[in-house]
Design a protein around this ligand. Sequence first.
Ligand code: AMP
Length: 201
Amino acid sequence: MFDHNDVFVIFVLGGPGSGKGTQCANIKNDYGFVHLSAGDLLREEQQREGSEFKELIQTCIREGKIVPMEVTIALLEKSMQEAIDTDGKKRFLVDGFPRKMDQAIKFEKMVVESQFTLYFECSEETLVTRLLKRGESSGRIDDNIESIKKRFQTFKDTSFPVIEYYEEKSKVRKINAEQDRESVYIDVQKILDISLQRSDA
Ligand code: AMP
């Protein structure tokens, strides 16, 4: 368990294709955060020689289902510990997580409490267009219309309640992700500048 006063975690949520990864890359560059994408960590684990979770992860990703929290949380915690041990970095963007209430509760109890959640809000129509476009070159097994529909359903049924839960605690910072990526990043910076100033005070 990390100390909440020492290790700073921002959760990053939004529907598939809402631009979480793109904006996290910007934040990483400009603010020196460590960017940990739950989806990327799962894809790496799926490809790791000897992983016992290969098939489970592959099936979940293709079906747009949530990979069991034990697997996802263990991967995140390990990466956080590595970043702290090797670079002494303690500010993390945890992207695509928590996607289910049980993950949120468990992570905050066993790993560290989050500061807040950045939520990239975007209409389904825009998301489909972006994902299909990305699918032309991403090579991802889930950027096709069948998987996309399932991912949306999972987002609505399972992930959206997490956003509502944090909203009730006033821990959501909402961003209009319908805009072009430059405009979205301007909004992101405004939020981060205010929040980081507060945390440094
Ligand atoms: P992403 O790269 O964020 O679009 O995630 C791709 C897929 O990875 C999702 O559809 C899930 O199957 C899986 N995944 C990503 N994040 C999580 C998470 N926090 N918990 C469980 N499964 C996840």
